[in-house]
Write a protein that binds this ligand. Structure first.
Ligand SMILES: Nc1ncnc2c1ncn2[C@@H]1O[C@H](COP(=O)(O)OP(=O)(O)OP(=O)(O)O)[C@@H](O)[C@H]1O
Length: 296
């Protein structure tokens, strides 16, 4: 069950598209889908929603083919499109009513709770809404029928930091209820905080699938240590730890994975100050984005 993508291929007339994509999002898993602009994230998601017919391969949700069973699938899925096409002459509430009516939704509890949580005036005409407000309406629309599967295309785009943080809390809550979630994003921090695994797509091809916990465990950390006296500095320098730089009684040491040796070395010294800089998920993945890796 969950989401299954198998050798999925779509080629647009300009030669772009997605090629031989295969990955799974297991039931109850939160999967982050990352990649530079134009990599093919939205195209993959459109196949999952049954909006596009693959040239080859298939996408399945809960065992059903997304193209041939799109109507059935859409009942059980909460979908937040990358660009939401609203009917501009409605207000937010009328739009949510229309969508709820189409789904035969009776219970409005979750809808009301989400509107309250994301704090927006549902009576505002959609044509007068800012991008962030429209995004909130889209979020409510995706979650209000309490679907077991959520497919979210850049869900926090346009949201301010406070709302982004509320959204992360919402994902964590849904995750604890066992929901299956695929979400594309450019924001590493939200992936880091919410996802079990991440897939990276580039030029239409999957280039990596990684377990987030594993990535966190191999993250390189740089410790910025200020010792009390010269002898302490010598202990650190002779310890076999990777010393990146030193300045007076201050020394920067990089540690990856094995903290025991590091702690034992420090225990032999008098420490005046200690700062930690963890390598971010962004820094780990930067080489997939053709951007310069930032030094930490
Ligand atoms: N309907 C279409 N017709 C022709 N080309 C398309 C079509 N849809 C997408 N493309 C092209 O396919 C590639 C993948 O686009 P897609 O929108 O899936 O990327 P994305 O990873 O979602 O990017 P972004 O992060 O910018 O939203 C791009 O080069 C895009 O121009």
């Amino acid at each position: 069950m969950g989401i299954q993508i198998n050798q999925l291929t779509k080629v647009f007339p300009n030669g772009k598209g997605i090629f031989d994509l295969s990955f799974e999002v297991k039931q109850g898993e939160v999967f982050g889908y990352l990649g530079p602009n134009g990599a093919g994230k939205s195209t993959t998601i459109r196949h999952l929603m049954g909006f596009m017919k693959p040239k080859a391969g298939f996408a399945k949700i809960n065992g059903l083919d997304c193209w041939s069973n799109s109507a059935e699938i859409q009942k059980h899925v909460g979908y937040l499109p990358g660009e939401i096409a609203f009917l501009d002459n409605m207000n937010g509430l009328q739009f949510l009513d229309l969508l709820g009516g189409m789904r035969g939704m009776k219970d409005l509890t979750k809808r009301e709770e989400l509107i309250e949580r994301f704090q927006f005036d549902v009576k505002t005409p959609i044509r007068k809404m800012s991008k962030g407000m429209k995004q909130k309406v889209g979020i409510v629309a995706a979650f209000m029928h309490d679907p077991e599967i959520l497919i979210l295309d850049e869900p926090t785009s346009g949201l301010d930091p406070l709302m982004q943080s509320l959204f992360i809390d919402l994902i964590l809550e849904e995750k604890s209820k066992g929901k299956t979630i695929l979400m594309s994003s450019h924001i590493f921090q939200e992936i880091d905080r919410t996802c079990d695994r991440v897939g990276i797509i580039k030029d239409g091809r999957l280039v990596a699938v990684e377990n987030v916990q594993h990535l966190q465990s191999i993250q390189r950390k740089v410790f910025d240590i200020t010792v009390q006296k010269k002898e302490d500095l010598e202990i650190v320098k002779q310890s076999g730890l990777e010393v990146l730089s030193e300045n007076g009684l201050r020394v920067k040491v990089a540690v990856q994975g094995d903290y025991n040796h590091f702690v034992k070395v420090l225990a032999e010294c008098e420490i005046n100050n200690l700062d930690i800089h963890a390598q971010s998920l962004e820094e780990i993945f930067m080489h997939f984005y053709d951007r310069e890796e930032k030094a930490i």
